[in-house]
Write a protein that binds this ligand. Structure first.
Ligand code: ATP
Length: 298
C-alpha cells in the first residue's frame, strides 16, 4: 500500500451550462483519518468526486493525489480506490468475475480478488450473479473493487446508503480500520447522522461552495444563546462590536462562546431592547442544518 497520500482540492469549479454545480472549492484530505464529505442532495458532492477522479473536466481549479492529477497516476488502482455507484456492475456476472477482469487488466495478483471479497464479507457470494445482490451487497462489492489495488486513498460516494443497521455498524469500523492503516479515506453522504460515528474530519458544502472544513467535534456548538430584538440589525452590530461570535439565523441571532447573562449585558450597554434570550444546546445535526440551510437543489 502506498501511504501518506494527501488529496488536495484547489479552486475547483464546475458549471453545466447555466448550473453552477461547484464554485471555487478548496480543501485538503489527510491520511490516517476518515473525512466526511457532506452536503444536502444536489450540493455538488458527486460532481466534485467525479472531478477528483478525472471523470468530469473541471471548469477551473485542480484536484490532486500527492500532487498528481488522477489521470497522471502511474498505477491508478493501486493509488486511489473509488466506489462511485453501487449499481454500475453488470447484473449477469459474478462478483469474482468483475473483480478478476479489473484485476487482470491492472496487473493485480489473482489471490487479491478473494482477499478483498472476504474483507467486505462477500466471500460466500463470490460466484453469484450480481443481479441477485441486494443494494447493501452491491455497496460491499463497490468497496471490494475500491480495495482491489490496495490503494493508499479511498474515495467512496455514499457508501452507507442501502446498508442495514448491521451493515452500517460494520462499515463504520471498517472505514476506521482502513484509516488506522494510514490510508486517506474520503466518504460522501447527504446525512451527517449517517456518517457521524465514522468520521473525524468533515468538509461540508452547500450550493457548490465550502461552508465548513474542520474537526467533527468542533462543529458541535455546545450551548449557544438565541437572541432577538425588534432592532435585529442594531443588536447584531452591537454584539459584534462587543466581540461576540454571532451567526445570523432566519428567525434571530445565535451567539456562541458567551453566556446568556453576557449577551443580555451587551444588549443593555448598547441600549437595545430584547424580544428573546434563550440558551439552546446545539447538537451536531442542528449545527449541520444551520450551515447548509436549504443548500441543495431539487
Ligand atoms: N451532467 C450534468 N448536467 C447538468 N447538470 C448537472 C450534471 N451533473 C450534475 N448537475 C447539477 O449539478 C448540481 C450538483 O449535483 P451533484 O450530483 O454533484 O450533487 P450531489 O451533492 O452529489 O447530490 P446527491 O446527494 O443528490 O447525489 C445539481 O444541481 C445537478 O442537477
Amino acid at each position: 500500500m502506498s501511504t501518506s497520500t494527501t488529496i488536495d482540492v484547489r479552486g475547483l469549479s464546475k458549471s453545466f451550462g447555466q448550473v453552477q454545480a461547484v464554485t471555487d472549492l478548496s480543501f485538503t484530505v489527510r491520511p490516517g483519518v476518515v473525512t466526511g464529505f457532506l452536503g444536502p442532495n444536489g450540493a455538488g458532492k458527486t460532481t466534485t468526486l467525479r472531478m477528483l477522479l478525472g471523470l468530469v473536466r473541471p471548469s477551473g481549479g485542480s484536484a490532486t493525489f500527492g500532487g498528481r492529477a488522477y489521470r497522471e497516476l502511474a498505477r491508478p488502482l493501486a493509488t486511489v480506490g473509488m466506489a462511485l455507484e453501487a449499481s454500475s456492475f453488470h447484473p449477469g456476472r459474478s462478483a469474482r468475475h468483475h473483480l478478476s477482469v479489473y484485476g487482470t487488466a491492472a496487473g493485480i495478483a489473482k489471490n487479491r480478488v478473494d482477499e478483498v471479497l472476504g474483507q467486505v464479507g462477500l466471500g460466500d457470494f463470490a460466484d453469484r450473479r450480481v443481479g441477485g445482490y441486494s443494494l447493501g451487497m452491491r455497496q460491499r462489492l463497490g468497496l471490494a473493487f475500491a480495495l482491489l489495488g490496495d490503494p493508499g486513498v479511498l474515495v467512496l460516494d455514499e457508501p452507507v446508503n442501502g446498508l442495514d443497521p448491521e451493515g452500517i455498524k460494520w462499515i463504520r469500523s471498517f472505514l476506521r480500520q482502513l484509516a488506522g492503516e494510514g490510508r486517506t479515506v474520503l466518504v460522501s453522504s447527504h446525512l451527517l447522522s449517517e456518517v457521524q460515528q465514522s468520521v473525524d474530519q468533515v468538509v461540508i458544502i452547500s450550493r457548490g461552495e465550502l461552508v465548513y472544513d474542520g474537526g467533527l467535534a468542533a462543529l458541535d456548538g455546545g450551548t449557544r444563546i438565541l437572541v432577538d430584538s425588534p432592532d435585529r440589525a442594531g443588536l447584531e452590530s452591537a454584539l459584534r462590536s462587543a466581540g461576540a461570535d454571532v451567526l445570523a439565523l432566519e428567525d434571530g441571532l445565535a451567539v456562541t462562546g458567551s453566556s446568556a447573562a453576557d449577551v443580555g449585558a451587551m444588549a443593555l450597554t448598547a441600549g437595545i431592547p430584547l424580544s428573546r434570550l434563550t440558551p439552546e444546546h446545539t447538537g451536531l445535526e442542528k449545527a449541520f442544518l444551520d450551515l447548509v440551510g436549504e443548500g441543495g437543489r431539487p
